[in-house]
Design a protein around this ligand. Structure first.
Ligand code: NAI
Ligand code: 2OP
Length: 308
């Protein structure tokens, strides 16, 4: 039987995830939305693109969770996105209702799956998904740090006029204004970033990355970023389905690591066929550790709004 990956929510992020996954060709893709025509229409459009790009994946649009049955990975993108002036936290009550319903359905039809959460506010939604599905923390993982770090890598690469693939940069913490950039541990071609750029320039690039989502919301006006978020979520699916054991910054519930217990925040993990196979513990400075603790507190506050 071919591997099946389901994407819940056929909006901008979900549709783009489905397209990227289908083009890879390593699995069949189910795209589900409450708006049935939307999922079926996008799935059919993606399917008709595959002879051109040379993929034999099957792509199916649906509103029925029966089609999600047996999925190895389920990517959850359903819910509302930010409009100008909104924070990710403004989405909490509306999206909590959606995520509860979606996770109950995933538990019913695909209890063995690994869930990659994308819906915002990301860390709180991962925490809710863990609560509803009762799955182990290794199997419910959120996408945040890959995107945030990719934004920082992009800006560093532009500034230094080098390939972004030569730039290593990490952003950890919650996917909100308290996210924690680690310039001290960032490098370009193995050279420490702070040897190449002044602290002032680095601070400016970090600030742009932290506000990267809002910058795009301001430009688009009617929604939020989707190309880079979809690329980031699909890289997590790659790591799981292809058992890559890749070290990626992902949102995971910490159980004492970094002095944080019972809260979901972004940290580097080893991602493979079993989901999170290891939580890596970086040696943080006192101020970096403080910033991570502050970020965890901000996630705790958002989770408290849901009464968990
Ligand atoms: P969108 O509005 O384009 O798509 C959301 C889709 O979810 C819609 O098609 C809607 O019909 C569907 N939906 C709503 N309730 C549903 C339900 N109960 N069951 C199934 N489908 C349902 O929004 P977009 O741009 O795709 O963003 C989706 C979410 O992802 C938002 O919460 C956004 O904030 C978040 N996001 C998170 C990122 C991250 O890095 N973690 C990055 C980008 C977006
Ligand atoms: C972003 O960072 C909206 O969370 C989304 O673009």
């Amino acid at each position: 039987m071919r591997t099946r990956i389901s994407v819940i929510g056929a909006g901008m992020v979900g549709g783009t995830c489905a397209q990227r996954l289908a083009e890879r060709g390593y699995a069949d893709v189910v795209l589900l939305d409450i708006v049935e025509g939307l999922a079926r229409g996008k799935a059919l459009d993606i399917l008709e693109s595959l002879p051109v790009v040379g993929s034999d994946a099957r792509v199916h649009g649906t509103s029925s969770y029966d089609d999600v049955r047996g999925s190895e990975v389920v990517v959850v993108t359903s819910g509302i996105a930010r409009k100008p002036g909104m924070t990710r936290e403004d989405l909490v009550m509306t999206n909590a209702k959606v995520i509860r319903e979606v996770c109950e359905n995933i538990s019913r039809v695909a209890p063995e799956s690994i869930i990659v959460m994308v819906t915002n506010p990301l860390d709180a939604m991962v925490q809710l998904a863990l609560h509803v599905t009762k799955l182990d923390r290794t199997r419910v993982i959120g996408q945040s740090g890959i995107l945030d770090s990719a934004r920082l890598r992009t800006f560093i690469a532009e500034e230094l006029s080098v390939s972004a693939s030569s730039v290593n940069a990490y952003i950890l913490g919650g996917h909100g204004n308290t996210m924690v950039a680690l310039p001290r541990l960032s490098s370009v071609g193995g050279v420490p970033l702070l040897d190449l750029l002044s602290q002032e320039r680095v601070d400016a690039l970090v600030e742009r990355a932290v506000n990267g989502g809002a910058e795009i919301v301001q430009l688009l006006k009617t929604g939020s970023a989707f190309y880079a978020p979809a690329a980031a979520a699909v890289s997590m699916v790659d790591a799981i389905v292809l058992d890559k054991r890749e070290i990626l910054p992902c949102a995971v519930r910490l159980e004492g690591e970094y002095g944080i217990d019972g809260v979901v925040v972004g940290v580097p993990v080893k991602l493979g066929a079993a989901g999170v196979e290891q939580v890596l513990q970086l040696e943080l400075s006192a101020s970096e550790k403080q910033a991570l603790l502050r970020s965890a507190d901000a996630v705790r506050e958002t989770v408290a709004i849901m009464g968990l």
